[in-house]
Design a protein around this ligand. Structure first.
Ligand code: TXA
Ligand code: MG
Length: 349
């Protein structure tokens, strides 16, 4: 079994000396889990094939899924890309970096094939988290990092998630507080004529369009497609152990349909869970109920989704029913992850 060092830091009061060993580990091509504002990342030196292969091994992740490279400065970004930054990318970087926006750009020959899964592009972002930024800066190299979950599990948003998934699989784990956004970054392909949204996330479509005008939305966001442009879209990600079905309709219809399924499942001896909101929580009986928060606070709903899926696993439920949520702004990312967890099984009622 691998020895894993753990380090707990307060993002607002840590000394950069405390990150020295972690930075040294990155330079030695070891694996380090670190907090970001979206979800925890499983990092390694993005310039080393050897280091990157350890990420795939630790996650049990298919090698054809490219990784996001995290940078702490614009100079670091420029060393990774083939062409000078285009105007739209510059504007987006000015508006939203550091932040939850990953830009897909043509890469330079510094980026190993293992990072970009042999594509001619690479996804890059600057995380908005003091620990992540300091770690990259001290390491002096960009850090490739997918979400720090075992492949197929919901992305980790709390210290306890990374500890339970990754203990003895990586060299060092840095824990901090709960991830502020709780869903992964937005992935925007800047290498196409019109920028294309490959994955909705922390930075919303309207935030992007307010800076660079209309963008395209990739089909894979709403349904399963055979050959998605973002290879990560083809896997059943974020899946809890039990099958999940989403119910979409008016509040009354949704509650009625879900309660009916709960009653039937109970008769069949199945343990149920219902993913709901504060406003509807009291409406369900004879089932485990998990509220994502108030529908008046969509950011809160988003930040609690992955935790709720893990909660279902912890309670060993057999079947999960979820309410559909509003899909505007951060709701697009929330519903995208929920739909993926459901394998796109949605019932309109
Ligand atoms: O918020 C996040 O982005 C987190 C934190 C740790 O930064 N990272 C993350 O990484 O979610 P990962 O590896 O779990 O997801 C990367 C996504 C995948 O859907 C992948 O297919 C897509 O980005 N991606 C990466 N590079 C790409 C490329 N060159 N072209 C198209 N899609 C790419
Ligand atoms: Mg992931």
């Amino acid at each position: 079994m691998k020895e894993t060092i753990t380090l707990h830091l307060d993002p607002n009061h840590f000394d950069s000396n405390e990150l020295k060993q972690a930075a040294q580990f990155i330079r030695e091509n070891k694996t380090v889990i670190f907090p970001t504002e979206t979800v925890y990342g499983l990092g390694a030196n993005a310039l080393s094939d050897e280091a990157v292969s350890k990420i795939f091994e630790a996650k049990g992740r298919p090698q054809d899924n490219p990784l996001i490279v995290h940078v702490s400065s614009i100079e670091m970004l420029e060393s990774l890309i083939l062409n000078p930054l285009d105007d739209k990318s510059k504007k987006l970087i000015n508006a939203y970096w550091p932040g939850a926006l990953t830009l897909v750009l043509k890469h330079s020959d510094k980026v190993p094939n293992s990072v970009c899964a042999n594509l001619d592009t690479v996804g890059i972002r600057m995380p908005d988290h003091p620990i992540a930024l300091k770690l990259i800066e001290l390491a002096g190299v960009p850090i490739a990092a997918p979400s720090a979950n075992l492949s197929g599990k919901p992305s980790p948003t709390e210290a306890e998630h990374v500890l339970s998934d990754m203990m003895h699989r990586v060299d060092l784990i840095i824990t901090a507080s709960k991830s502020r956004i709780g869903l992964e970054s937005t992935v925007l392909d800047m290498s196409t004529e019109i920028p294309t949204l490959l994955r909705p996330g922390g930075v919303t479509v309207s935030q992007i369009e307010s800076i660079i005008g209309p963008i395209k939305i990739d089909d894979a966001i709403h349904k399963t497609v055979e050959k998605p442009k973002s290879p990560g879209m083809k896997y059943t990600h974020y899946a809890p152990n039990a099958p999940l079905t989403i119910y979409k309709g008016t509040r009354e219809n949704m509650i009625h349909a879900i309660q009916k399924e709960v009653n039937q499942s109970n008769l069949n001896g199945l343990r149920c869970a219902v993913i709901t909101c504060d406003e509807n929580y009291d409406q369900y009986l004879d089932t485990l109920r998990i509220s994502l928060g108030s529908i008046k606070k969509p950011d809160e709903l988003a930040s609690n989704l992955f935790e709720s899926l893990r909660e279902c696993d912890k309670n060993n439920v057999d079947i999960i029913f979820a309410e559909a949520f509003d899909e505007s702004d951060i709701g697009l990312a929330l519903m995208n992850r929920l739909k993926k967890a459901a394998g796109f099984k949605i019932i309109t009622v």
